[in-house]
Design a binder for this molecule. Structure first.
Ligand code: UFG
Length: 329
């Protein structure tokens, strides 16, 4: 039997594919390559180039590869972009997810893992959040993901589908063995941007807001290593396969770092100084979002192996150096 990984040519999905292949599972990737890269899919893993909203293609892929579980990563993920293009986000992240879930139900697929996000919490009244904290997204991105969570929960009540919803906090770093990483040159993620600045691939960087109600005025986030996150997916898959209950879990370490902390860490680890411009706030950014990460440890026995900001930055820098990208304007 085979695991269908949507968005498996993208940053996080490609790490999950590696982990699945490493433990001998059959995998098929479905990716429209809008932000992913065919080269991110390991040799021997079939890549179906297409859209997860294309139900005929999904049905055919499920049948041809005898898919029995879906890990659904494919999404648009940039918060400010979602503010500018909400309908694009609702189409891609919500409507097309609905089509994928329908195809899964029609094919009798039981186990479904969904990439959700800390953005569903919006600007929480208190930190750290837990899974009991009421969702209150402040961006179309967060709302587009929350609606898909609700579809999964409602569908699971009405059909045999079972789900693991994983709410990612700020994912960063790269495969410690250097096989995968964040490859999109225009990526907006802080650690990626700071690494590009450290390597001279961009002309310094901007800090979006230093007037937030946080200790140093910049935003606080809970940064988690992409390989620890991929491992959480494997544990969630095993849990579902063994007949475990539906899951809703935050994926986080429980420690907040400010944007300025991260910038300093990148400078220290890289040994490179670069210009840091203090600019205005970016649309849709919550001031602080950190989770306890307690439930995932308890429920799945998840034990992070890279719970260290310096190590995350080291791996991100190593991957960035290997990429050898052209300079970003
Ligand atoms: N930031 C800068 N300068 C940059 C890039 C980012 O100051 O050049 C700041 C942002 O304003 C924010 C923080 O760094 O305060 C982190 O920004 P990211 O873009 O790295 O990440 P976000 O917190 O916006 O969003 C990420 C993912 C989402 C996920 C969210 C959960 O992109 O998918 O984390 O917290 F939902």
């Amino acid at each position: 039997m085979t695991v269908l990984v949507t968005g498996g040519a993208g940053y996080i999905g490609s790490h999950m594919v590696l982990d699945l292949v490493d433990r001998g599972e059959d995998v098929v990737v479905l990716d429209n390559l809008s932000t992913g890269f065919a080269a991110a899919v390991p040799d021997g893993v079939p890549l179906v180039k297409g859209d997860m909203g294309d139900m005929a293609l999904v049905r055919e892929t499920i049948a041809r590869h005898r898919v029995d579980a879906i890990a659904h990563f494919a999404a648009r993920i940039v918060v400010p972009e979602s503010v500018a293009d909400p309908l694009g986000y609702y189409l891609n992240n919500t409507s097309k997810s609905r089509s994928l879930i329908q195809a899964a139900v029609d094919a009798g697929i039981r186990d479904f893992i969904f990439s959700s996000t800390a953005a569903v919490y919006g600007n929480p009244a208190t930190n750290p959040v837990t899974e009991e904290t009421p969702p209150n997204p402040v961006s179309p991105y967060g709302r587009s993901k929350l609606m898909t969570e609700w579809m999964l929960e409602d569908t699971a009540r009405a059909t045999g589908l079972r789900y693991a919803i994983l709410r990612y906090f700020n994912v960063a770093g790269a495969d410690p063995r250097g096989r995968a990483g964040q490859s999109t040159p225009q990526a907006t993620h802080l650690i990626k941007v700071a690494c590009q600045a450290a390597l001279g691939r961009r002309d310094g960087m901007d800090v979006f807001g230093t007037d937030f109600p946080t200790p140093d005025g910049s935003c606080l986030r809970d940064y988690i290593h992409v390989s620890d996150l991929a491992r959480a997916h494997l544990l969630a898959l095993d849990h579902l396969r063994e007949g475990g209950e539906n899951l809703l879990l935050n994926c986080a370490y429980g420690k907040g770092y400010s944007v300025l902390d991260v910038v300093e860490t990148v400078k220290r680890v890289s040994g490179k100084d670069f210009q840091v411009r203090r600019g205005p706030r970016r649309a849709g950014d919550p001031a602080a979002i950190v989770a306890t990460g307690e439930k995932i440890r308890r429920t799945l026995g998840w034990r992070p192996a890279h719970e260290n900001l310096e190590e995350i930055v080291r791996h991100a820098l190593a991957w960035e150096s290997r990429l050898g990208e052209p300079a970003v304007a």
